[in-house]
Design a protein around this ligand. Structure first.
Ligand code: NAI
Length: 392
């Protein structure tokens, strides 16, 4: 159980790029990083593409005005001159900027925490992975819900064989916020999401499915996708070639099969992500709309609902619990948990603790690489006429 006591020796000097006043995701980063006040301290930022708005925002957050920079290049130059300069940076800017900014951050000697989807190309991730290794820095990826303790409960139950042999995986992340063309008119964040130059080769595959895919992998680390088939379409025609709806079929290497639905045009739906895993003996179901419950359904027995924080959970399912049973934990706690993991990974990298890093489970650059591969394979299948493709 976590209680806010320090888990690293001192708070890391943290900076942000993007995530400014109008940004959708910036506050989630601050919620995560600053939750315990023992892991990160926000010391600098280039918060906004608009330098004035970014400065004003940073000052309002309590950042020293002289460390609210007009752009990230200036930030790296100036912070490098200080003995107490930033040592880790979070990148909360639109997709098309992630690669350049991550590269610049590593070259400036920073650890990096970057938004998903990490980059557009597998080769870019491989290059950055090599650079991070050379510099002895970590690159974390913010799959925001992947810190919820109930996912680790599910992982352990599956590892123990409590579901039997895994047969079926069902993934869903749908909403209706982009059901009409107006979505692009009224939201800056939605406008770039359907521009391939900024969003990359996909809309909902990159924007939504990378989360659910990573969470499913966290629960099923031993199951690898062998082949997949993806069918994507743009119900709002102006979004083409980027899809606002996608269906997928997956074949896993153990013979299991999967289905997935990701959509931004699921009008009226407000329950976000659901992951159902069916084994030969039992099934589990996790929904981030009700994350404090894990459905556990054993064939031939009444349904069970496992509640977070209860002593009957595995130690892995309790390790990152914060409030204890009865008191709801959700997205904010999950972000705090992944940020704490980033902090522990950074401290381990700084002390060259390779053994710790080898076994420590957190959304690292390999998780980012998997997400990029997933997008590439889905797009390749869809654009070849929705055919089965080998997962490369
Ligand atoms: P947004 O458009 O709402 O905000 C982007 C922010 O970055 C704005 O503050 C903007 O001024 C700033 N910015 C843009 N270019 C910049 C630059 N060169 N230097 C400094 N600041 C710059 O976008 P949103 O929705 O917040 O998405 C940002 C990233 O976060 C995307 O990669 C997106 O996929 C990801 N995202 C992740 C979520 C998660 O749960 N992990 C949720 C929402 C978005």
């Amino acid at each position: 159980m976590l209680n806010g006591e320090k888990s690293i020796s001192r708070p890391l000097r943290w900076a942000m790029i993007g995530g400014g006043r109008t940004g959708q995701v910036g506050y989630k980063h601050r919620t995560g990083a600053l939750r315990d006040n023992t892991a990160f301290r926000l010391v600098a930022g280039a918060f906004d593409i608009d330098p004035e708005r970014g400065r004003d925002f940073g000052v309002n957050l309590g950042v020293d005005p002289s460390r609210c920079y007009p752009d990230y290049q200036t930030m790296f130059e100036e912070e490098a001159k200080r003995p107490d300069g930033a040592e880790v940076v979070s990148i909360a800017t639109p997709n098309g900027t992630h690669y350049e900014i991550t590269k610049a951050s590593l070259n400036a000697g920073m650890h990096v925490i970057c938004e998903k989807p990490l980059f557009f190309e597998i080769a870019q991730v491989e290059e950055i992975k090599r650079l991070a290794e050379q510099k002895n820095k970590i690159v974390g990826v913010t799959y925001g819900f992947s810190g919820h303790p109930m996912l680790f409960q599910a992982r352990k139950m599956i590892e123990n064989g409590e579901l039997g042999e895994i047969r079926i995986v069902s993934l869903r992340y749908t909403h209706g916020f982009s059901a009409t063309e107006d979505a692009e008119k009224y939201s800056e964040a939605q406008k770039w999401r359907v521009d391939p130059k900024i969003a990359g080769p996909s809309f909902v595959i990159g924007d939504l499915s990378t989360h659910t895919y990573y969470m499913s992998q966290l629960m099923l680390p031993d199951l690898k996708i062998k082949q997949l088939l993806c069918d994507r379409q743009s119900f709002i025609k102006s979004r083409a070639p980027l899809e606002d709806n996608v269906h997928m079929l997956m074949h896993y290497d153990n013979g299991a099969v999967g289905t997935a639905w990701f959509s931004a045009v699921d009008a009226g739906y407000m329950e976000s992500q659901t992951i159902r895993i069916v084994g030969s003996k039992a099934s589990i179901e996790f929904s981030d709309f009700q994350p404090n419950r894990l459905l556990y359904q054993i064939q031939g027995q009444p349904y069970q609902i496992l509640y977070h924080g209860m002593p009957y959970l595995k130690k892995e399912g309790l390790a990152d619990d914060r409030f204890g049973a009865l008191h709801t934990e959700g997205l904010g706690e999950s972000w705090a948990n992944i940020y704490l993991k980033f902090a522990r990974a950074i401290e381990a990298a700084d002390r060259n603790d390779i053994n710790f890093l080898r076994t420590f489970v957190y959304p690292d650059i390999n998780a980012g690489l998997e997400g990029v591969k997933w997008i590439q394979n889905c797009v390749r299948s869809a654009d070849s006429g929705s055919v089965w493709v080998d997962f490369q």
